[in-house]
Design a binder for this molecule. Structure first.
Ligand SMILES: [Zn+2]
Length: 380
C-alpha cells in the first residue's frame, strides 16, 4: 500500500479518533503537547502526522486535508519546513559518534512514505543499528534550537517525537520547560507504544490521546485490498491481529515467505512416517547446505507447524491462521501430532535448534532429528 499523502482517509480505521482530532482544529482548542499512545500497528504515528498535515492544510475539508495545497504537497514528502521529527537512534557503521535524528532523516522519511506502520525493531534494522536507540542530550539541544524559530510557512510548527520512552533523563530535563511552555504556535506531538516507560515529568505535561486497536471491519477491508485472501482467511487474520495492522501483516508475510519451509517440513514428516531412511538422509544433507540463520528459521517454523497441527488435532482450528495450501496439509497431518507425542517432538526440534545455535555439525543435527522423528511420529 502506497500512501501518497498523509491523509486521514488513508489510515486504517480509527474513525472516531480522526473525528475528535479534526474537531480540536475546528474548535481552535489544539493542546500544545499531545501524547498519542497505542500499539505499533495502531496507526499512532500516521495519525500524528495526518493531524499535523490537517492543521497546516490551507484548504481544509470537513473531514480531511485537501491533499493538494502547497502545504499538503510538502507534507507528502515530509519536507515541510515546519515539520520536525525526533526518534531513537544510535551509532552505525556510517555515523560513528554523536548520532542524532538529523543523521537519519532521509531514511526516516523514506520508511514512513513507503508505509507508515513499522516497529521499533524494523526501524533499527532499516538504519543498521544493532543496539537499542535513544533520544539523548544532543537531540534535545537540536529540538530546542528548532522550536525556538518562528514557523516558516505554516501557522504552527510541529515536533513529532516517536518513542519518547527512549528519551534519557538528561534529554528529558532539557525539554521539560519547552514542552510545558512552548513558544507560540508550537506543537509537540509525542507518539508512544509504552506509556509506562515515559519519564513521569514529561508524561504529566502532555495531553493523553489513546489510540485504540483498529476495528475489525476496517482491518478486514485493509487486508482484502492488500492481499488476495479468501473471506475466511481474512476473518481469521483479522481476529489474530487484535486490531494491530503490523501484526496482521507479520502473520500474513510469515506464511507467504515460508512456502519452501512448508515443503521441507512436509518431506521431513512424510519420509519419517514412511521409514524412508535414504530419503531422510538426503533431506538432512540438503538442509545442511542452508545458512545457519535459514536453518534456525526453518526450525522455528517447524515448531509453529507442530503447535498449529496439535491445535488442529484438538479441533480448535479457528485459532490457527493457515493459507489454503497449509490447510490441506493440516487436515491430513494433524492426526499425527497428539497429546502423546507433542512434547517429545517439540523437544527434539528444540534440541536441534539449540545445537544449530551452538554451531554444531549441521548434517548430524538434521539427520539426528529426522531419525528421532521416525519413532516419535508413530507414537500418535
Ligand atoms: Zn491541503
Amino acid at each position: 500500500m502506497y500512501i501518497c499523502c498523509m491523509l486521514f482517509k488513508e489510515i486504517t480505521g480509527q474513525y472516531e479518533l480522526k473525528q475528535q482530532l479534526i474537531q480540536t482544529v475546528k474548535d481552535k482548542r489544539i493542546s500544545h503537547a499531545q501524547l498519542f499512545v497505542g500499539t505499533e500497528g495502531s496507526g499512532n504515528l500516521a495519525l500524528a502526522i495526518a493531524y499535523a498535515q490537517y492543521i497546516s492544510c490551507q484548504n481544509k475539508q470537513d473531514d480531511d486535508s485537501c491533499g493538494c495545497c502547497k502545504s499538503c504537497i510538502k507534507f507528502q514528502k515530509l519536507v515541510h519546513p515546519d515539520l520536525h521529527f525526533a526518534f531513537p537512534v544510535n551509532t552505525t557503521s556510517k555515523v560513528k559518534k554523536d548520532a542524532t535524528s538529523d543523521h537519519f532523516i532521509t531514511e526516516w522519511r523514506k520508511l514512513i512514505i513507503d508505509f507508515p506502520y513499522f516497529s521499533e525493531f524494523m526501524w533499527y534494522e532499516y538504519i543498521g543499528i544493532e543496539k537499542q536507540g535513544h533520544i539523548d542530550k544532543s537531540d534535545a539541544e537540536i529540538i530546542q534550537q528548532k522550536m525556538n524559530f518562528k514557523p516558516f510557512e505554516a501557522d504552527y510548527k510541529f515536533m513529532i517525537m516517536w518513542l519518547p520512552e527512549r528519551m534519557n533523563t538528561t534529554a528529558a530535563n532539557k525539554l521539560l520547560k519547552l514542552i510545558e511552555e512552548p513558544p507560540e504556535n508550537t506543537l509537540f506531538l509525542l507518539v508512544s507504544k509504552n506509556i509506562d516507560q515515559i519519564i513521569k515529568t514529561i508524561l504529566s505535561r502532555t495531553q493523553l490521546i489513546r489510540v485504540p486497536p483498529v476495528d475489525e471491519e476496517s482491518m478486514q477491508k485493509m487486508l482484502a485490498a492488500k492481499y488476495d485472501l479468501s473471506p475466511n482467511e481474512t476473518q481469521v487474520l483479522t481476529r489474530l491481529s487484535a486490531g494491530d495492522v503490523l501484526k496482521a501483516i507479520k502473520i500474513y508475510s510469515r506464511h507467504e515467505t515460508e512456502q519452501d519451509f512448508l515443503d521441507n517440513f512436509k518431506s521431513m514428516m512424510r519420509f519419517a512416517y514412511e521409514y524412508k531412511f535414504v530419503e531422510l538422509l538426503d533431506w538432512a544433507e540438503e538442509m545442511a547446505q542452508l545458512g545457519r540463520e535459514q536453518q534456525k528459521s526453518f526450525l522455528y517454523f517447524s515448531q509453529q507447524m507442530i503447535r498449529d497441527n496439535f491445535i488442529m488435532n484438538l479441533k480448535m482450528q479457528n485459532i490457527v491462521y493457515a493459507t489454503e495450501k497449509e490447510k490441506d496439509f493440516f487436515l491430513k497431518f494433524s492426526q499425527f501430532i497428539t497429546p502423546q507425542n507433542i512434547e517429545s517432538i517439540y523437544s527434539a526440534v528444540n534440541l536441534a535448534l539449540s545445537h544449530i545455535e551452538h554451531n554444531g555439525n549441521q548434517k548430524i543435527i538434521f539427520s539426528d532429528l529426522a531419525i528421532k522423528l521416525t519413532q516419535l511420529i508413530r507414537k500418535a
